[in-house]
Ligand binder design. Structure first.
Ligand code: HEC
Length: 161
């Protein structure tokens, strides 16, 4: 398979959804695309919020943050076409596992999949000469201005699709 074909297949495989507002923004703001490091910083804080929401069993928030992680990664892929295909596709299975864990409200499965996601982040960083950017499972939330606890009476079907 030619590289460009593989790249397109990988973008399709990551299945992030063409309706993403970030994708639309990436396509329409050609004059000043966000720098990849800035997009990655957004991925970083969403990765952190996703973890905290999962730890507190706030599955509605976790689903929301996961969507934002996916959107930002999709934007990164759109901005940076030299990212190796294998490292784009390897991030997809853990994202799907996190989706399943959120749907099942399964903390143990969430924890395992989150670790795999974080390994995926680092694999890509290593492969593009950024091995010094090492992501970890967060030790604590730096977001003192946001409550991650589920609201009282939060709906059972609240996971965002
Ligand atoms: C497909 C490849 C790829 C994947 C997957 C990936 N990254 Fe990155 N990331 C990069 C590249 C390339 C850079 C360097 C960007 C630059 O130097 O302009 C980067 C940089 C970063 C930075 C540094 C930004 C800064 O300003 O300090 C952070 C933080 C980061 N990524 C977090 C993450 C997290 C968290 C994940 C997983 C949820 C992730 N990345 C997944 C390719 C990737």
């Amino acid at each position: 398979m030619r590289k460009s074909t593989k790249y397109l297949a990988a973008v399709a495989a990551i299945a992030i959804g063409s309706a993403s507002p970030f994708m639309v923004a990436a396509q329409t703001m050609q004059k000043s695309p966000a720098r990849l490091a800035d997009v990655m910083s957004a991925v970083q804080f969403r990765h952190s919020k996703l973890w905290t929401a999962g730890q507190q069993k706030n599955w509605e928030l976790a689903g929301y943050e996961l969507e934002l992680v996916k959107s930002s990664l999709n934007e990164a892929i759109a901005l940076y076409t030299d990212i190796p295909v294998d490292n784009i596709t390897m991030i997809d299975p853990p994202i799907k596992s996190i989706e399943s864990a959120i749907a099942a409200r399964n903390s143990a499965a969430f924890g395992k999949a989150f670790g795999d996601l974080t390994t995926g982040c680092n694999s890509c960083h290593q492969s593009v000469g950024r091995g010094f950017i090492v992501m970890t499972v967060p030790a604590a939330s730096p977001f003192g201005n946001q409550s991650f606890a589920p609201r009282q009476g939060q709906g059972k079907d609240a996971v965002r699709r």
